[in-house]
Design a protein around this ligand. Sequence first.
Ligand code: CUA
Length: 328
Amino acid sequence: MRASVATIAAGMLVACSSPQNVLNPRGPAASSIAQLWWVMFALATLVCVIVTILLLVGMMHARRRERGRRATEVSGRALVVGGGVAIPAVILFGLLVYNFRVGVAVYAPTAAADDALTIEVVGHQFWWEVRYPQSEIVTANEIRIPAGEQVRFVLHAPDVIHSFWVPQLHGKLDMIPGRRHTIYMEAGSPGMFRGQCAEYCGMGHALMAFWVEALPPEEFESWIADRRAAALEEAADTSGQEIFVRAGCAQCHGTQGRLETGTVRAGPDLAGLANRRRIAAGTLVNGREQLRRWIEDPQQIKPGSLMPPSVLDPQEMEALLDYLQSRP
Ligand code: CUA
């Protein structure tokens, strides 16, 4: 018993400090949503306590009646109409109005949104393409944003329905094939926030995670400038690059990080791969060994992944890893 209480308490503590906790909001929209949650929780608790007390009182009265004593009778109809219909109707209607107001407010752009930074996020089975159309760069699975600014996210999906969710910054929004949805998100201060696909989209769904990193605005600007410079830099011819093409990697992956309208890639762009914290949409910590395991047998690591295994001799593999880890 003591052990299970300790386990639950530890779980709750982990949940509080985790980077994906709705109740630890880090932006204005998420704060409104967390507040809504607490109001609903408080009201539900209050109702639960009152109903429990009434139930206990009722049981005590029934026992007294059994003993032959006369119980004080409360009009049954008043109790049913008042406690069972009128009070719940008032509470539920109040919550409905509050919920609706919060929903409208958090999904509406503010006045500053007109010249907001736009980031297009495309949900793929099972990874996230991240486009910065104003800077003409593209990356994957890690989204950098400036802290303290409202950012416009335009969401879509070419294959099946995914759902974009960064619990510490905002509510969920579905990504529906054939549609484009917009959500405005703001991180109040710099930090790392975990996001997760929140709509079952196939075998790799649970391993379809991403990170949003809010940077101080000047750091964000210099990151954008670096990515732009890398996107324009011509790649030097190396044996690794030749293997990348010969092994078929280039059919699905770009390595330039340059956003070209009209090109649709089946896999993430790998420019700047060495600087990413994780690979395979949050599944593995980024490192040479993990990258090797991933290239050799993606299904082992992420069942359902659309990436096929690659059979390379050890020398070729080393050259390929060198190439991937050196992409600026
Ligand atoms: Cu994408 Cu679930």
